[in-house]
Design a protein around this ligand. Sequence first.
Ligand code: SAH
Length: 222
Amino acid sequence: MIDPHPIDSYRHQGLRNLLIRSIRQKGITDESVLMAMEKVPRHFFFDSSFLESAYEDKPFPIGAGQTISQPYTVAFQTELLRISKGEKVLEIGTGSGYQACILTEMGARVFTIERQKTLFDRTSKFLVQLGYTTIKTFYGDGYKGLEAFAPYDKIIVTAAAPYIPDLLLDQLRVDGILVIPVGEFDIQIMTTVRKISPESFEKKEHGAFRFVPMLGDRAKEK
Ligand code: SAH
């Protein structure tokens, strides 16, 4: 069970400082990312029997066959987004809600979509319990994005995408950035796409990562 009223002790803060130091050593330099990760207690997002694992730089199961991403991966993707305060950010793959909290601590206005109802229900409720009441959670299919609130300054996909969905590019504002791990099998290539104009995009690749696959391409079935 995830503790609905978790406590952040000095011990947890100490472990978190060590984790942030190791992420810094691995090459993350954006101070606003590191500060947000130092602030959000990652152990809050873990089942209380696994608290010890919360401050290791590893992904971890969160139920429903999903994982909370490795802290370094969260930092790497968030750094690529180049968040400024007040920006509107769409996240695909709410999962535990941890990434959404990091973005919120950086001053972003977060909209997040989850495809699995059990995770959506659990995480939506939990984020409110933690006091993250500004995060807007949606149950739906990330391949379609969230047209109602578009355009977004930034879009982050936190599951492996077999290709870059056109609808996400449509919902990005000009000069906005999409960060998405692209690839179908074991390995994905972290990819950024900057929208130069309504019709033109600049794509860059940033190395290999491993994510759980994006589910149910309902948009494609139509
Ligand atoms: N960002 C999360 C980790 C995400 S793991 C965190 O901070 O914990 C990937 C998540 O994407 C899973 O919860 C999975 O259910 C969800 N997902 C998979 N396919 C999806 C889709 N098509 N649309 C929205 N969410 C999806």
